[in-house]
Design a protein around this ligand. Sequence first.
Ligand SMILES: Nc1nc2c(ncn2[C@@H]2O[C@H](COP(=O)(O)OP(=O)(O)OP(=O)(O)O)[C@@H](O)[C@H]2O)c(=O)[nH]1
Ligand SMILES: [Mg+2]
Length: 651
Amino acid sequence: MSAGKLGERIAAYGSWRRELVDAVRRYGQWLQENDLSDSALQGRIERMVERLREERLSIAFVAEFSRGKSELINAIFFSEYGQRVLPASAGRTTMCPTELLYDPARPASIRLLPIESRLRDLPLAELRARPDEWHEIPIRPGDADSVASAFASVRETRRVPVAEAAALGLYDAQDPEPAFAPDDLGHVEVPRWRHAIVNIPDPLLETGLVVIDTPGLNAIGTEPELTLNLIPAADAVLFVLAADAGVTRSDIDVWREHVSASHASGRFVVLNKIDGLWDELRDEVQIELELAQQVSSVSQTLEIAPERVFPVSAQKGLVAKIQGDNALLRRSRLPDLERALSQELVPQKHVLVRERVRREFDELASVITSLLGARRRGVVEQLFELNGLRGKNRNVVDHMASRIKAERADFEKSLRHLQALRTVYTRQSQAIYSRIGVDSLKRHVRSAREVMRASNFSVGLRDGMSSLLAATRADFVEVGRTVDEITTLMSAMYRTFNAEHGLSLGAPMMFSTRRYLDELDRVETLQRRQFGPLTLVTTEKWALMRRFFESVAARIKEIYELANREVEAWLRAVIAPIEGQVREHQMQLRKRLDSVRRVLDATESLDARIAEIDESRAGVEQQLAIAAEMVSNVHALLERALAELPEPELV
Ligand SMILES: Nc1nc2c(ncn2[C@@H]2O[C@H](COP(=O)(O)OP(=O)(O)OP(=O)(O)O)[C@@H](O)[C@H]2O)c(=O)[nH]1
Ligand SMILES: [Mg+2]
């Protein structure tokens, strides 16, 4: 697979991430070797590394059927196979959503989820984790025929009685224009599979690219997973129109429902099949003019800037790449689309990931730097203290010892405050966990189901859904309040320790529940659209709604799980600096007292003791320098622009 500049950029982004992982890892290892970290800190580093590794870049292709989505994927990504690998043909072709990715932990194969799985309420998210539910066909990577024949599965259909199709949510007798109409025997053609996941080694997919091909409109509308998760989560959506069809009513519906609602940015409109305008009787200028008109009318209809509309010919682009025909490739304008994708998509993702890693890494590194800073201050003070004892009599030394003891007693008192704070902190942490725990969510879902069951009208369904969203929102608002309380408490404690014991604690790390609430808003918007006007619902619709509800519940569960993980990391991160510095301070007090005592007992000469401490000062200085260098290595990597890449060589 190659996609010119896009491919190179994605590969550059992949290797940047790998280098970053190495740098962060090295830092973590160094901390461990120098006894500067604990399991909480190592856990944070591991999570950062894991997230960086698993980071994927996904592009979803969305459109009415037969606009050329699959052909476009073939042309952009699969031309190296020298043939059409994803099936593309007139009429409905792709029958189920198809994800193309590479997970080295699994064999190369296509996994197919039977359509019957829709009869159960299990959402796709859950079925993903159950290998037994999937039918798996091995693929011999590199062998174009093996790849193409495995891919052929995505077009498979079955004929089933109308009642069964209705139960699957694929047939609605009241729909004036059903996607699948019954034949004379009362059978309806339905997709054989509900979802396909293609796992195939390939340089582009190996860097974490995920390509999502979707079937035309009706199947999209009935698989909530696509609407709720796959499409909104994609980094870019390519919405495809066909120049010969113009913008139809159903194109506009797909655009509104599945693209413009969920993607404010990262959307590309492709005006495909421009080769239909290539006509020997018209000259280039006329063709150009007509294209410009089409682009402008598409941009007006979809309310999107004309620069976001890319006229291409996927088919000619594919042929040109396979045959090495540069002139045809230029004429297909596919390289323009690829360039726009690479210029926008990868850099955007790069910036997002960079900012996140910077934030996480800096928080972590600053804990270490201030810890080392405190240690250095401690030894320097000790040196100063001991140097002051030179030539002094026993009384002075005695006096110093009691001063340190008094200081220690003061500190012990503050530690009791810290202990009290810890109790409050633990109690509040528990409150958070129970608020967004599994049980809490289960209760919300149960009561929402009851509200829904009590009514056969869509208004009842909607009330059920609204009650679920209201309850979950209340959870996050409450969590936000508790988080604020903990932050205030911690700030006060940090300040006290800084002022009274000379610690150098910065402001506690902030945490916001905003993103969970935003995510719930997004789910709500989608749900509103899905549930439409207040009408009596048919049995088929009812089944569909219920499935939609289950998908929403699954999505909310993911939000809860994410919030749990993030809150946990935050809770650890706010308590860690103060505990670390307090430990450090205790150690310093002990060492100071110890030094003075040794001098008192004459077990060691003052000079020898001073030399010893001076050595440890040098050690700390060195650690500080190494830490600074490692941090600046990570920063340099973060700052580094993804290598400016040459323009793609045509073919
Ligand atoms: N002339 C011409 N035909 C094209 C072009 N792109 C795709 N086609 C044809 O249009 C038909 C539909 O293409 P597909 O790629 O199957 O369309 P799709 O959007 O994936 O359709 P579904 O899978 O049914 O949702 C096929 O016969 C393609 O060969 C193009 O640029 N020019
Ligand atoms: Mg297709």
